[in-house]
Design a protein around this ligand. Structure first.
Ligand SMILES: Cc1cc2nc3c(=O)[nH]c(=O)nc-3n(C[C@H](O)[C@H](O)[C@H](O)COP(=O)(O)OP(=O)(O)OC[C@H]3O[C@@H](n4cnc5c(N)ncnc54)[C@H](O)[C@@H]3O)c2cc1C
Length: 382
């Protein structure tokens, strides 16, 4: 589909990066994605290849990443949405996990972890959610207690729904270092795979995002040196709140492109498909549905690009990020449902991407903060 508006948010270097990403996806991702969906996992080798191509940590400065900005990150997210390659957990790794290390980590921590993440040799995850605590993050029960000599933390607890969990080689764990202080006693601590006591649970079976690995993680007396703490002790909750705006924008960028891609696919499909002696596109209902979709998608595109421009200037506020996520995912869910309907029974078949996109989209209203939490954030500014 042609761009709905003239997109001024991208520069030429972003668009040439898009060409590079497209070539990589055509060769290394699209032909294999269905197989990864059956396996429930994207092989680590694909991460290593993406690392060699410079597709990871794109928004971080060299040598920690690609020396780009959020525009490069957004290009990759859009290509994931456009091709339906929802198994790739690259955005979580590059645009959520790596920035925590870059923003709050010491030079030694950055040197140790970020170049390896940029090469795809250390796959990143962030473990906030627990079986008993999701939206209410401050009530996490995982603890990190300092040893009596002050040299280590000992982590105990369990996490669930962790993206890249099975593949993860580095996990930022949200743990209480001072449980009596509630939200003011939360810290972020890095745990590397292979550390004794750290284990991965089952790969969770989901209704969508079939190729993306999502798992439980367990911490049983996991001992890590104190220099695995990111930033200051007990400041974790504040760090999480600061970084969540970017995470929400990532979800919105993906939703907007998914709508545009499937609008085009639905136009193409309905122009081909015949019923009652005419194409499905020729029914007034179809054209009106698609016209409404285009009008709404255009409105969303203006808002998403504006939020991206604000974010590139470091001016995106938490409430704007909440608004764009809330709107983008609501519209994505509504419109993908209508696009699926216009595909008839074929829409329900996995061989047609629209059905998979429809199931993939549902989680956008839940993860990264649910709709209801977004409304809470916005309501505080009324
Ligand atoms: C595919 C997938 C991937 C994920 N990846 C990660 C990851 O990588 N790392 C990670 O840490 N987590 C991850 N999550 C977890 C996700 O962030 C949580 O599921 C989400 O924050 C909601 O938490 P919860 O599931 O505990 O629901 P709950 O918090 O139990 O919420 C249940 C319902 O109550 C509502 N609710 C809760 N609080 C309020 C309130 N104050 N007002 C009104 N309604 C409220 C919620 O909106 C929801 O509708 C992932 C989840 C999924 C499904």
């Amino acid at each position: 589909m042609q761009n709905l508006i003239q997109r001024t948010v991208y520069r030429e270097d972003h668009e040439s990066f898009r060409e590079q990403v497209r070539r990589f996806f055509e060769k290394e991702v699209v032909p294999f994605h269905a197989e990864w969906e059956r396996q429930g996992l994207v092989p680590k080798e694909v991460w290593r290849k993406a690392g060699r191509e410079g597709l990871l940590n794109t928004l971080l400065p060299e040598p920690y990443g690609g020396g780009g900005d959020f525009g490069h990150a957004a290009v990759l997210i859009e290509e994931i949405a456009r091709t339906g390659a929802s198994g790739l957990g690259f955005p979580l790794h590059s645009d959520i996990v790596a920035p925590y290390i870059h923003t709050y980590g010491s030079k030694a921590q950055k040197d140790r972890w970020l170049p390896a993440m940029a090469r795809g040799e250390m796959i990143g995850a962030i473990a906030m959610t627990e079986p008993g605590a999701g939206s209410d993050l401050k009530s996490v029960r995982t603890t990190a207690q300092k040893t009596s000599d002050g040299q280590h933390y000992v982590i105990n607890g369990s996490k669930t729904f962790i993206t890249n969990g099975i593949n993860s080689e580095l996990v930022i764990v949200v743990a209480k270092t001072a449980p009596e202080l509630g939200a003011k006693g939360v810290s972020l601590i890095v745990v590397e795979a292979g550390t004794p006591g750290f284990s991965k649970g089952r790969k969770l079976e989901k209704i969508g995002l079939m190729a993306q690995d999502t798992s439980e993680l367990f911490f049983d007396n996991v001992k890590v040196p104190v220099d695995h703490l990111l930033g200051e002790e007990n400041m974790g909750f504040k760090y999480l709140m600061q970084e969540l705006a970017q995470e929400r924008l990532v979800v919105a960028v993906r939703a907007a492109m998914s709508i545009e891609a499937f609008l085009q696919k639905t136009v193409d499909y309905t122009r081909e498909r015949k019923a009652f002696g005419q194409t499905v596109f020729e029914f007034q209902n179809t054209r009106f549905k698609l016209a409404e979709a285009k009008a709404k998608a255009t409105m969303l595109r203006v808002f998403v690009d504006d939020c991206m421009a604000l974010h590139l200037r470091h001016e995106l506020t938490p409430e704007r990020a909440a608004m764009v996520k809330l709107n983008a995912t609501a519209l994505q869910n509504q419109l993908l449902d209508e696009f699926l309907q216009l595909h008839g029974g074929y829409g329900y078949m996995t061989e047609y991407q629209v059905g998979r996109a429809w199931t993939d989209a549902r989680v956008g209203r839940i993860y990264g903060g649910s709709d209801e939490i977004m409304k809470e954030i916005i309501a505080r500014t009324l």
